[in-house]
Design a protein around this ligand. Structure first.
Ligand code: PLP
Length: 412
């Protein structure tokens, strides 16, 4: 792990040195990795934690009384504790999942399916990721409920007046991204949850893009469910969590059945385990979650406030550089933004742009970003997206801007 201890004395070059992959080249150029909203890079501390788990502690969890079984269980449950502290919730209300997609499906099937009925409405925002749309569509098909969409303002922020007006008595569940994966917009989720709560609407927050960028206090947000994914916050792929209000989790039937989620099984019937284990059927991604625990330790070692401040400075620089590129349009200019910038360049398809940037060593994502409805709002099929993390540098932003100008010249 990085030796950085206090935000005041942070040496960001040393922080960057913790990430082995960032020091490679692509196409003979130094890599500029601007695709962290897609997946984040991993510090050595995380890679080593996974390696150490397989080399020294590998065993299944919650089943064996032998030493390795105990060590593996302790490490796995240790991640639950660490994550819970990180987002200010109780560990017993935190279900470890394979990521946000699983977490949101779990809410949809175990919470939504039993309670939604014909005439009910699930309210979603225009900026949701498909992971917070499609599960609700599947549940609506089965229950007769319908989906209502809360629209955006032209700058890519939520139209809060319209959102609150859409919270009519038929609305039973509201799904909102904490931070947009396309625009970077940070939504005022605490205020939104307060309004929803007044009207008896259950709130489901997709925190996938919030956890990597800022301190998140789930208890203070006041939602009913909060989902997030580990691989965007320096952890391994296939990791994540769902926090749920205790009374909801206690009342929810399991989503998947199998080992670990039971207390007693007879052919006549099964007594389910208590939450969170009720929702963790089968052998989980143990090594991955051990790595996620190390990732949380790493992020906490730096401090989320320091990370947020660092990224705010990087975003300001990035935006300024991009605004100077002829013919470049930024989509999403809300005042409160994380370091995620979607853009288009006049006369170029997003995929061509990303391919040309790749030849300059710059990795950006192009496409619909799993947000078709949002693409439709902006009237485009795809965008390019530069998404940064605290390990990026001001020099990389300048290299990116130079690459953009070169591509612009090439395109004529
Ligand atoms: C806002 C948002 N929600 C959900 C997801 C899905 O996360 P995962 O694929 O890790 O389950 C992503 C990933 O891109 C995302 O950005």
């Amino acid at each position: 792990m990085s030796t950085v201890a206090s935000p005041a004395g942070l040496d960001w070059a040393r922080v960057r040195a913790d990430f082995p992959l960032l020091h490679r080249e692509v196409h003979g150029k130094p890599l500029v990795y601007f695709d962290s909203a897609n997946t984040g890079q991993k510090p050595a501390a995380v890679i080593e934690a996974v390696d150490a788990f397989y080399r020294r502690h590998n065993a299944n969890v919650s089943r064996a009384v032998h030493a390795l079984g105990m060590e593996a269980t302790e490490a796995y449950e240790g991640t639950r504790e660490r994550l819970a502290r990180h987002v200010n919730v109780a560990a017993e209300d935190l279900v470890l999942t394979s990521g946000t997609t699983f977490a949101l499906n779990l809410v949809a099937y175990s919470f939504g399916l039993p309670r939604l009925k014909t005439g009910d409405v699930v309210l979603l925002t225009r900026m949701e990721h498909h992971a917070n749309i499609v599960p609700w569509q599947l549940i609506c098909e089965r229950t007769g409920a319908t989906i209502r969409v809360a629209e955006l303002l032209p700058d890519g922020s939520l139209d809060l007046d319209a959102l609150y007006a859409a919270m009519t008595p038929e609305v039973k569940i509201l799904g909102v991204a904490h931070v947009s994966n396309v625009l970077g917009t940070i939504n005022p989720v605490a205020a939104i949850c307060r309004e929803a709560r007044k009207r008896g609407i259950a709130t489901v927050i997709d925190g996938s893009q919030a956890l990597p960028h800022m301190a998140v206090d789930v208890a203070a947000i006041g939602c009913d469910f909060y989902a997030f994914t580990g691989h965007k916050m320096c952890g391994p792929t296939g990791t994540g969590a769902l926090w749920g209000r205790r009374e909801h989790l206690a009342a929810m039937p399991p989503f998947l059945g199998g080992g670990e989620m039971i207390k007693e099984v007879r052919y006549e019937g099964t007594i389910f385990n208590d939450p969170p284990h009720r929702f963790e059927a089968g052998t989980p991604n143990i090594a991955g979650h051990v790595g996620l625990g190390a990732a949380v330790g790493y992020l906490d070692g730096i401090g989320m406030a320091a990370i947020a401040a660092r990224e705010a400075a990087l975003l300001a620089h990035l935006t300024e550089e991009m605004q100077q590129v002829d013919g470049l349009r930024i989509l999403g200019t809300a005042a409160d933004k994380a370091a995620v910038v979607s853009f288009l360049v006049e006369g170029a398809h997003a995929h061509d742009l990303a391919t040309l940037l790749d030849l300059e060593g710059v990795a950006v994502r192009s496409g619909h970003h799993c947000a078709h409805p949002l693409m439709r709002f902006f009237g485009v099929p795809a965008t390019c997206r530069a998404s940064l993390a605290f390990y990026n540098t001001h020099e990389e932003i300048e290299a990116f801007a130079a690459a953009l100008r070169k591509v612009r010249r090439l395109l004529g």
